[in-house]
Design a protein around this ligand. Structure first.
Ligand SMILES: N[C@@H](CCC(=O)N[C@@H](CS)C(=O)NCC(=O)O)C(=O)O
Ligand SMILES: [Fe+2]
Length: 369
């Protein structure tokens, strides 16, 4: 069985979907935020239930959709422990195994492209991230990269796998899809037959331009792709594109209690019942993801709930769906805000939600469902 390989042309990134054919539980590796709609469609098409969203490293060239997939598809997030992705629910160590149905994905710590980078093994396949590319390898000139560490990871970890192991990289800039350990060991232009000194000198002479989205991508990817600051922030609304602004839960509550705003809870009925709800908030589940057909029922209920002249503040679990809903409300002519950190807050380093904020942990009104 082969992984499903998906390509993002803007960043030349490969995303992989693998699954257990019996239970249909699936894992996605290195998803790209702009491709959320494609990936949701792929899950639907193959009848898959996404249980894990996994990163090979903190990407510098695109933003992950891990947080979006957690919200929209219910995936748990996992990332290498050395990558500074504190929002990932599981921090992977070398040798750790992620289970999906009866299948296992095994993490191998392969530092070099970045200090935390990992590769993942599954049924004779290795997902090499930017550690090993086809006839190439990841650069080592930023994000705590190290040519010496990469040389060790390539020659002492990856090249010791069986020659037949199929190599699935995170990028290819020349249209190639996969390779094998045997082929790379024999012919990879940067590392095959090279000494450490030769490899280091090749890496030092690359002089590649900095990835165009580096400054935007790295901070966002450390928060699983959430673009807002998970640590709190200013009390005043922050400007955003496509809706009126992001607000702290306290400010949203103040507006709502003064009668200036309607509070709209876009979580599903099950989430509200299970986790807790805000008495007086309008329940209006947001079940769409970007690009999906608009839902007239949502629009009509929203227009009925928000009288002219009032603001609407949208809340979900951690602040992803609420942004989508605030954007839609804006299109409908409503002054719409997003409640930062949602009801439960982003997870902390240990996967515990709410410690960094969120409506529930800030002493704002709520009740168990
Ligand atoms: N041109 C791309 C960046 C390409 C790039 O630097 N890719 C990284 C992976 S994130 C790399 O390691 N490339 C190795 C190589 O091109 O040899 C962009 O602007 O986003
Ligand atoms: Fe990379």
């Amino acid at each position: 069985m082969q992984p499903i390989q998906l390509f993002d042309p803007a960043s030349s990134t490969y995303t992989y979907l693998i699954f257990d054919p019996d239970t249909r539980e699936a894992v996605i590796i290195d998803p790209v935020d702009e491709q959320l709609e494609r990936d949701m469609a792929a899950l639907g098409e193959h009848g898959l239930r996404l249980v894990w969203s996994v990163e090979t490293h903190t990407h510098a060239d695109h933003i992950t959709s891990a947080a979006l997939l957690a919200e929209h598809a219910g995936a748990r997030t996992a990332a290498p422990e050395g990558c500074g992705i504190g929002t990932a629910a599981v921090q992977l160590k070398n040798g750790d195994v992620l289970r999906f149905g009866g299948e296992e994905l095994k993490a191998l710590h392969t530092p070099g492209h970045t200090a935390g980078s990992m590769c993942y093994l599954w049924r004779g396949n290795v997902f090499t991230g930017d550690t090993l590319l086809i006839n190439g390898c990841g650069r080592t000139d930023f994000q705590s990269g190290s040519a010496a560490a990469l040389y060790r990871s390539l020659t002492e970890i990856l090249f010791r796998l069986d020659d037949e192991t199929v190599v699935w990289p995170a990028h290819d800039y020349n249209g190639r899809s996969h390779s094998t350990i045997g082929a790379e060991k024999a012919g990879n232009a940067r590392v095959a037959g090279k000494t450490l000194a030769e490899f280091t000198s090749i890496m030092n002479e690359l002089h590649l331009p900095k990835p165009k989205r580096l400054d935007e991508a790295v901070p966002a990817n450390r928060h699983s792709g959430l673009r807002h600051d998970a640590g709190g922030g200013p009390a005043a609304p922050r400007n955003t594109a496509g809706y009126a602004g992001d607000v702290e839960p306290q400010l949203a509550c103040e507006w709502w209690q003064k009668g200036d705003a309607i509070l709209v809870d876009v979580r599903t009925d099950a989430e509200r019942e299970w986790v807790g709800f805000v008495p007086g908030a309008v329940p209006l589940p947001w079940k769409k993801w970007p690009g999906m057909a608009l839902n007239e029922e949502f629009d009509e209920s929203l227009k009925a709930a928000v009288p002219p002249g009032k603001k609407a503040v949208f809340m979900c679990r951690s602040g992803v769906r609420s942004i989508a809903a605030a954007k839609r409300a804006t299109e409908l002519g409503i002054e719409a805000y997003n409640v930062l950190e949602g009801f439960e807050g982003d997870p902390d380093e240990n996967g515990q939600r709410g410690k960094r904020g969120g409506w529930r942990l800030r002493g704002l009104p709520w009740r168990q469902g």
